[in-house]
Design a protein around this ligand. Structure first.
Ligand code: 3HC
Length: 697
């Protein structure tokens, strides 16, 4: 018997137990162990029913994702699930934690399913660029009908046990926390009530009811908007439709063929890289796993603007009291009103109850004095980007805050060490760079200063997790990882327009790559004044920042969405960017002033100049140790800027493009465009010389 799956008998019940931490994934040892245990149960004359139950925190959470992309050894999962379903003794799955993907498919191969009330089930394969490949697309619709199966399979969302019971996915739900006891009791009932073997594949009522329905075409139409650019959601619909058009065995074959297509798609590789990347970033290089973490039970925030307010919501959402300090009562009132409006909007959409809105608001205390920060465990400064003001604030915090309080800045570009130098405790100072809107975006770029202590680093990573963010630890430099790369892209995008492209052409290349919006639509969203102010600051400090047509927009008060005019124009109440002839004229005028004769610019050049420039900068960021691993950069870009997860992030994407292709383009632009952004990164040159990829680092 395999070490990870055991069989024993208790009374008349044969019990198969899976014990393969952390999540009982269906690796080869589990699949072969389950098959052997099933055979033992079949041959055990005393066993009248068989229970399948898991040890640890969860039921089977899916196929073993680590095996994907490698040759998979028999028995394959569909073979196992079919064997379970063919059992001639009633087979009961007892579910706790999460039954996901291949885990739920295994349970659907069993004849009865019982779960604890806090369990969840789902088929999240689509999030990995796949579809359920062990009968899930054929069995689930037999229990739920077409629409619900399509919803679950194309979104990958989990559903709670009680909802799953109502949908017919589960047969019983029990309170409590002892899944083995619950499973045993249910199995005994099956024996006592002489319940028969009941195979999902033989249940055809819902198939007959939905045959010929137009729900499949409706879903395909919906997906064209919801899943733009993605491959597997459409294959999911094809697979579910097969359950309605083909006999069960044929449907399984069709599902397998579609599954194989998805498995071979580059999107699968990108999404699985993102899945593991999201988890890997929590393991910070050089930070021991057992580093002590400080308690963060109260938080202070400076600034009740868009950023400060959004940050406050993150803490209130998880029950942590927040004190927000502003200079003026008016700003405080305005900030709190916006927070309330955001919560009320969630309540209108049914995401929160009115009681929850009030509970969260009650956790946020407005204040006009830093004295209220005396007892807080963490303070996050979220005022605008001005070093002198930030230093003043940190000096004041140093006086007021208790020893051991963490002093964080939400700066998106400025030097954390310089900010820390305003305090007597630089070891407690750190960057916590939230992304706008801070209550929505999942990324938290945590910036270590040269003196930040390990304890503080570990604490901000833990805080990130606690508030539901993906925390990435990065080093200190201008713009850190995300904005440093973004600025390079922004400069190229502006130059491309100077040289002859239109803003909409640049944006389209980026949205075609899979970004939710292009560079210029993003500037309009963030506010044209933001970039303008940064450029002006840098000019004042003596940097050579060339004049730009975007400066003219800012000077004319075209500040973006908030003024209904920026690079694009906007209709009242709409966020849809509309190209504006006035801006075209302004650009033409600018070209004349600069003596530029516009030329035809290809989409390929836009792609190379906007994205290869980021890859080259990413390589420099790695060389300098600002990011520890390529995957840290990938996760920053996926969760902070909407780089399409199915392309795995810029560095993973670069590996697929070919580093030699990228390097030769970088060299070409070094000659034709020039500028330090096109000086090839030494790391990029080395990798190409050695025939390696970022993935090999
Ligand atoms: N295979 C291999 N490893 C897995 C895994 C899987 N299916 N699911 C999770 N893990 C690993 C994680 O990488 C992590 O490893 P680490 O500790 O070394 O970083 C560890 O298990 C714990 O995972 P989380 O940190 O995510 O723990 P949580 O408690 O937050 O979440 C979970 C648990 C809800 C199970 C979450 O991990 C999850 O959503 N897993 C993926 C589930 C999934 O997508 N299943 C479908 C797989 S595809 C499939 O089944 C194909 C089939 O149809 C043929």
């Amino acid at each position: 018997m395999s070490e990870v799956v055991s069989y024993n008998r208790e009374g008349s019940i044969g019990v198969i137990t899976v014990n393969y931490p952390p999540v009982n994934a269906l690796g080869h040892a589990v699949r072969s162990g389950l098959l052997a245990a099933l055979e033992q149960g079949q041959n055990d004359a005393e066993a009248r029913a068989i229970l399948l139950v898991c040890e640890g925190r969860t039921f089977i959470a899916g196929a073993d994702i680590r095996e994907f992309g490698k040759p998979i050894q028999e028995p394959l999962l569909p073979t196992l699930v079919n064997a379970l379903e063919n059992s001639d003794k009633p087979l009961i799955a007892a579910i706790h934690g999460t039954a996901l993907g291949g885990g739920l498919e295994t349970a659907l191969g069993c004849h009865y399913r019982v779960a604890l009330s806090n369990a969840k089930v789902g088929l999240p394969e689509v999030k990995l660029g796949l579809l359920p490949g062990a009968g899930g697309t054929q069995r689930l619709p037999r229990l739920t009908g077409a629409r619900k199966a399509l919803e679950m399979i194309t979104t990958g969302e989990f559903i709670g046990a009680n909802d799953a019971l109502a949908l017919g996915i589960l047969d019983a739900v029990e309170e409590g926390d002892d899944i083995r006891a619950v499973g045993m009791a249910y199995a005994q009932k099956v024996i006592d009530d002489k319940k028969p073997v009941r195979r999902v594949r033989d249940m055809n009522d819902k198939i007959e009811a939905d045959k010929g329905s137009d729900v499949f075409d409706q879903f395909r139409d919906e997906l064209k908007k919801r899943a733009r650019g993605l491959f597997s959601p459409f294959k999911c619909v094809d697979a579910v439709e097969a359950a309605f058009n083909l006999p069960f065995e044929e449907g399984l074959k069709r599902e397998r063929a579609l599954f194989t297509e998805c498995m071979e798609s580059p999107q699968r590789a990108g999404l699985i890289h993102s899945f593991f990347g999201e988890r890997e970033v929590s393991k910070v290089k050089g930070l021991p796993k057992d580093t002590p973490v400080r308690d963060v039970n109260t938080v202070g925030i400076i600034g009740a603007g868009t950023m400060g307010g959004g940050i406050a919501m993150n803490f209130a959402n998880v029950g942590i009291p927040v004190t927000i300090v502003e200079v003026k009562q008016e700003a405080l009132d305005k900030g709190l009103a916006i927070i309330r409006r955001n919560y009320e909007n969630s309540a209108k959409k049914g995401k929160l109850t009115q009681e929850q809105v009030e509970q969260r608001m009650a956790l946020i205390t407005p204040s006009l004095t830093y004295d209220d920060f005396r007892d807080v465990d963490l303070v996050i400064e979220a005022v605008f980007e001005n070093m002198a003001i930030k230093k003043e604030i940190f000096a004041r915090l140093d006086e007021v805050c208790k020893p051991g309080a963490i002093l964080a800045s939400n700066t998106s570009t400025l030097d954390i060490d310089e900010i820390a130098s305003a305090t007597s405790r630089p070891e407690d100072v750190v960057g916590m760079h939230f992304f706008s809107p801070a209550n929505v975006m999942k990324l938290l770029e945590n910036v270590r200063g040269s003196k930040t202590s390990d304890e503080v680093k570990a604490t901000v990573m833990a805080v990130s997790r606690k508030i539901g963010k993906v925390g990435v630890m990065v080093g200190n430099c201008y713009g850190f990882v995300g904005n440093r790369m973004l600025h390079k892209r922004g400069t190229e995008a502006m130059s491309l327009v100077d040289e002859g492209a239109t803003p909409q052409q640049v944006d389209k290349v980026l949205t075609d790559l899979g970004f939710p919006m292009g560079q210029f639509a993003m500037s309009d969203l963030a506010g044209i004044d933001v970039g303008y102010r940064i450029r002006e600051e840098r000019r004042k400090s003596g940097e050579d920042i060339p004049a730009s047509w975007m400066d003219k927009l800012a000077e004319q008060g075209r500040l973006g969405q908030k003024t209904q005019a920026g690079v694009y124009k906007y209709e009242e109440g709409s966020r849809k960017p509309i190209p504006d002839p006035e801006v075209e004229q302004l650009i033409e005028q600018f070209r004349k002033e600069q003596g530029i004769t516009p030329r035809e610019i290809t989409d390929q050049e836009i792609l190379e100049r906007c994205v290869y420039v980021m890859v080259n900068e990413g390589a420099k960021i790695l060389e300098e140790g600002i990011a520890d691993r390529p995957l840290d950069i990938d996760i920053v870009w996926i969760y902070g800027y909407g780089f399409p997860a199915y392309r795995g992030g810029p560095m993973f994407w670069a590996d697929q493009e070919g580093l030699d292709t990228i390097l030769s383009a970088v060299k070409k632009y070094q000659d034709t465009v020039g500028g330090e952004q096109w000086e090839p990164a030494a790391l990029l040159e080395r990798l190409v010389r050695e025939g390696k990829k970022f993935g090999d680092l």
